[in-house]
Design a protein around this ligand. Sequence first.
Ligand SMILES: [Zn+2]
Length: 561
Amino acid sequence: MRFILSLLFISSFFLNAQNNYPQDYFDSPLEIPLILSGTFAELRSNHFHSGLDIKTQQRTGLKVKASADGFVSRIKVSHYGYGKALYITHPNGYTTVYAHLQKFAPEIQAYIKKHQYEKESYEIELFPNAEVLPVTKNSIIAYSGNSGGSGGPHLHYEIRDKKEHPINPMLFGIDIKDSTNPIIKSIYAYPLDENSFVNKANTKQKLQLIPLKNGDYTIKNIEAYGNIGFGIETIDRQDLAANSNGVYNIQTFLNGRRNFELDFRKFSFSETKHINRLIDYEHYTTKKQRIQKLFKKDNFLSLYKSVVKDGCVSIQDSTYSVYKIRVADYKNNESWVTIHIKGTKDHISEPQKKQSTPYYIKANKATNLKEGHVSVDFYKDTFYDDFYMDFQVKNDTLTLHKNVIAANKTFNITYDVSAYNDEDKSKLYIARLLGRKKQPAYTSTKRKGDLLIAKTKTLGTFTLATDSVKPTITPVNFKKGQWLSKYRYLKIKIEDELSGISKYRATVNGKWILMEYDYKTKILTHDFNDGIITDTKNNLKVIITDNVGNNSTFEALFYRK
Ligand SMILES: [Zn+2]
């Protein structure tokens, strides 16, 4: 008996050590086999992905079910981001999130519409009490869609703990077929100070990756000296789709001893921006490839687990070391990379000289840069490291370095436009110049008297641009004066080329009507089933305002009975 008890104890100890989360509590939110276009903590621009992206067979309108009993605790409808999203809180303390929805189940939809009409706004955020919208396990709560910042039909599904920290849903037993090893795309070595070298150079080196027959990899032998680190570009594929997804765990070993680990099972939203510290940010913004650094400088991320000497490797003269990298997916399919390092001080070249400018940014100090009518304010700790900033103002064009250094906080760019005449002043906005063609892109601009202020987190080139062109409004599925008795929807296309659309408002016979805005198709849609339009003769009025305040009004009569 004692033997059995201790055996039970030991086996449950190992199980618990691996995973403390309830198994079989949460059911799949969809009725189809689960195939992923995105995994948990996958690397995205400026954030880690906080859930699973479940493919919906290139369709919208699939039934979305509550994963467990609970109540709708939060509803958010927004043009961007999660689009239409539902949050369900469960008695065990966890919350499940369902995003990019097409529409909600009728009872929930009615509750939301009531509030949208009260607030006269499509965008809305609500926090109903537990009694208002209770749900039972597997009941239909919504239909899958492509709303908000979604690039194709899918369901974004999350599980969060009480502290709103997202956790990998697979840890709760959500099962995804995966027998494929992670793929290593490239390996880099970084000399970490001016006296360190890899293959005789003091700069980042791409190493020659050699795939082996068993699926693992080796590297053409390297020579190194001093303090160095490695970086990896890696993805995982599951069995049933070609999507490049994220891996689950990365470990490194130096001469048989583990010295670094990245573990993607849970994170907090407050740390997600520090992804730009994990990846080689300059490499990402210039080459669009994400190299994850297998060494660290500070403790911004909870994803770092076992770390010896920050994951850095110290190589002495006349030595021989073996460095190994293990990459694993959730199903423990693993790929290994083996790197043989010969320590040598021979034939070392001069260290690269750092480019200097008159503007040295101390990361732990607030800095103001000013020239002529342009001023830039960085708060304390806007950047992670000290560096020489390239700062130039020529007429209205501000060169604020290049987007190769990640910012941790937003900073302010201020233009004094008092030299412009009043007519022109009101049409100005701050634009970021993008790409080789230097296309001006609107940057959210506030006005304070003669000052224009933009807040951004991205370095680059900025200018003042003018938008004196009004938005355009075009009916999509009807003509002025038409009978629309058999129509379910009223659709209007709205466009603004330069500063972009800021506001829209539609009324019929003076009454506000709900119009859903999809920024990707530029279409506003009203559902006649809302029951607001009851008269026979209807005067539709739509007012669109762009980001500098240019207005357009569209009016049309239509009839219904
Ligand atoms: Zn997603």
